[in-house]
Write a protein that binds this ligand. Sequence first.
Ligand SMILES: Cc1cc2nc3c(=O)[nH]c(=O)nc-3n(C[C@H](O)[C@H](O)[C@H](O)COP(=O)(O)OP(=O)(O)OC[C@H]3O[C@@H](n4cnc5c(N)ncnc54)[C@H](O)[C@@H]3O)c2cc1C
Length: 478
Amino acid sequence: AILESIADFNKLNVKKIDFIVVGAQDWNYTTTPQRGLNGRSIAYNRGFVLGGSSSVNYMVYTRGSKEDYDRWAKVTKDNTWSWDNLVPYMRKNELFSPPSDGHNTTGQFDPAVHGFHGINAVSLAGFPSPVDARVIETTTQLAEYPFNVDMNSGYQLGIGWGQATIKNGSRSSSATSYLAPQFTSRPNLNVLLHARVTRVLQTNSGAIRTVEFVQDINGQRFTLTAEKEVILSAGSIGTPNILLHSGIGNSSTLTSMGIKPVHNLPSVGQNLSDHCLIFLPFLVNSTDTFENAERNATLAALQFEEWNTSRTGPLVDNPLSHIGWLRIPDNSSIFERFPDPAAGPNTSHYELIVSNGLLGPPPPTGNFLSISPAVVSPVSRGTVTLSSSDLFADPIIDPNLLGSEVDFFIMREALKSALRFSAAPAWENYVISPFGLNSTSTDAEIDDFIRQNTGTVYHPVGTASMSPKGATWGSRGS
Ligand SMILES: Cc1cc2nc3c(=O)[nH]c(=O)nc-3n(C[C@H](O)[C@H](O)[C@H](O)COP(=O)(O)OP(=O)(O)OC[C@H]3O[C@@H](n4cnc5c(N)ncnc54)[C@H](O)[C@@H]3O)c2cc1C
């Protein structure tokens, strides 16, 4: 059942709680000033809603490369995390669905690598983007950007059609899939809304099976104790925040903050890794881009009406049409001093995201194309730490974006790659010029542009990281 309050829960008179799943619009977090971004602090979105960030994200469906998962297996010394062992679960989860416009998708994805009977819907775009043909033409013109029919096959390199967690023009999230009515109506699943977890606590046996929470920040604290286990899934910011307040973290740091240590696990909140991104717009010779509806309320209302009545039109999709997964050359000078950060030779260093418009608030005039680079094998590591023992204070979030020389080098090369992509013959008479950057910019000018414009794709991970059993680090450390 979906429950509004603990009082509603108590009325159910539940005798035994097997599992407690901590899940819940935005937490409104801001990062610390980022050294790699000229000291800028940036917004750090996290979903504050049922379904968490899956209810607010860009809906891009991308698996990692085979090598990424195989590296997980190696790091954890646990082969269940390998690609071969995880793919059956990816398939089981996936409900690959026709696009909203029902167009023929032959040659736009590989059915052999998808699941068609799961609950998390995935589909190709359901409204043609005016730049589709030029992107595909580019893959035939520049050897550097080969076409990849399905970036989610385990082999990700190349340019392919974007897949999104969308069905019939609507978002498929954890809230619409795992928490769909057929599941929340199960007698052994209750979802308590408006509950904010403050800590996880030890029972008399020492096991951590009790969850402490409030329904009103100034109100009573409640506890529930699970018969079997508590699965803490509050995301890469919420999870370490709760653990640290619970005394699970670096014991000496916790003691200095007045928090009683329960378990010394110094890795909690460390090792934060994220994908940094630059929205890279190009001024184009077109009148058919996102900017039209963004500057014209009547057109926007018409598009919304179309979506609302028939789930057709431009609003059935997320704002990107194609993605490229690409590597900097193996002989890049950065590798003379640093190891290759990718999980293997078939794993990308950076992503190029193609959109038929400027991502973000549009300037008063001009039509745009974006080819936005993101660093996807990042080396920089940041932290989530406590600002105080106040259970409701925001944690201190330092993703350390572009903190490493390797990530900066890759971002610079990715940005130059986006400029090369836009210079393919396919874009002749279409792309006028990069916006905010000159194609003859010096490295120093590009570097300054990067520091001033880099943000994030909001993919923080690693703050409660997996580790081999018995390791002295990570979630299974001593
Ligand atoms: C703007 C944005 C765009 C993104 N775009 C994409 C994309 O296109 N494709 C993609 O694959 N990924 C994308 N991501 C990342 C993706 O959404 C996340 O990686 C994923 O949702 C993480 O899942 P999670 O369950 O670990 O954490 P979350 O989804 O963040 O879920 C954590 C849940 O725990 C709740 N919670 C936290 N603390 C507490 C507490 N104390 N008490 C109670 N509840 C609590 C939160 O409210 C939330 O509901 C994006 C993220 C954002 C924010």
